[in-house]
Design a protein around this ligand. Structure first.
Ligand code: TPP
Length: 343
């Protein structure tokens, strides 16, 4: 789909250390992409209580920089696999927003024909290969797709996103071992938002363990970074992609970030007791969008008027997607079993 393009006059800035060597044009694309993800998810949250979206929705508000930084570094024909929390990954890879919102509304025009909901997003036309609700289960599928890419010699990289809890699934370890053994072109991206539903890392993994370090134990290069800094994410992914595209095998990256809202649904849940309001506020102060804005505005890379114009264009695109979803028909009941696996 066509994205609202970067607006405003972009000043040609010299490579600036504080922009991580990222060109201002790219930094603005990252900013725009994060805004689009945020606007879509805020709109879902605002309208969720209308009871028209009847599937569970896992929002990634607060985590936008990882999706944007990774997906904008990939080529259009590279592939991405997601998770149960994949609105951001789908949008950042260029997935059709109308088809995504229609899917969440359970409509026939949805990207899974209205049968999958928020956790079953797919847009093959932009290389977004799919997302599912089973924690960790896209990891071996992505490794298999990478194997196919290798056999077809098509040069594509296959990227798989997963949360910190997915590395506790055995299938992650099998997949990592196999990807290293076969030197497959896979980019493993772990979004560490500290929690698996209500369980913090400290009740799930031994004290002091760092995910990126044990991934390195499988023999692949592994690194970690600030998942709220889109420029840092973008820069680290470039390094990883150079390694993978050289044919040197997989790369693992862990990014620290934080989901602002409840595990599943539109509300805030800092009063439940598993995490504190202070912790949430400390991460909110490091809002990935505000952080990038604070780097772009003073340098004149973008103006306040540009941002307002960008926001108007994005809001119009989001409103159009919701109108499309509301106007679309529900699937034909006779088609209930079409496209489903049956014995
Ligand atoms: C195999 C499996 N086990 C348990 C669940 C229930 N479950 C759904 S989401 C989730 C937490 C996943 O945490 P993480 O992978 O860190 O991603 P996050 O939700 O934090 O983005 C769990 C345990 C599941 N869907 N699949």
């Amino acid at each position: 789909m066509k994205r609202p393009r970067t607006v405003g006059k972009i000043l040609e800035l010299a490579k600036d250390k504080s922009l991580h060597g990222v060109q201002p044009e790219v930094a603005i694309e990252l900013f725009q992409c994060m805004k689009l993800i945020r606007f879509v998810e805020e709109a879902i949250a605002d309208r969720y209580s209308e009871q028209k979206m009847r599937c569970p929705t896992h929002l990634s508000i607060g985590q936008e920089a990882v999706a944007a930084g990774v997906c904008l570094a990939l080529n259009p024909d590279d592939q991405v696999f997601g998770t149960h929390r994949s609105h951001a990954h789908y949008i950042a890879k260029g997935g059709n927003i109308k088809a995504m919102i229609a899917e969440i509304y359970g409509k026939a025009t949805g990207c899974s024909s209205g049968k999958g909901g928020s956790m079953h997003l797919v847009d093959l036309s932009v290389g977004f290969m799919g997302s599912t609700s089973i924690v960790g289960n896209t990891i071996p599928v992505a490794v298999g797709a990478a194997m196919a890419n290798r056999l077809h010699k098509n040069g594509r990289v296959c990227c798989v996103f997963f949360g910190d809890a997915a590395v506790e699934e055995g299938v992650f370890h099998e997949s990592a071992n196999f990807a290293v053994l076969k030197k497959l072109p896979v980019l493993f991206v772990c979004e560490n938002n500290l929690y698996s539903v209500y369980s913090p890392l400290k009740v799930r993994q031994p004290e002091g363990r760092e995910i990126w370090k044990f991934a390195a134990g499988y023999g692949m290069p592994s690194a970690h970074g600030d998942g709220n800094d889109a420029l840092e994410v973008f820069e680290k992914i470039q390094t990883a992609l150079e390694h993978i595209r050289r044919g040197d095998g997989p790369f693992f990256l862990e990014f620290a970030t934080y989901r602002w809202r409840e595990h599943c649904g539109p509300n805030f849940d800092n009063d439940l007791g598993y995490r504190t309001e202070e912790e949430y506020l400390s991460w909110k102060e490091r809002d990935p969008i505000a952080l990038l804005e604070a780097q772009l505005l003073p340098r004149g890379a973008i103006s306040q008027a540009d941002i307002e114009e960008m926001e108007r264009a994005i809001q119009a695109e989001v409103d159009e997607a919701f109108d499309f979803a509301e106007r679309s028909p529900f699937p034909d009941p006779d088609e209930a079993f079409v496209g489903l696996y049956r014995e």
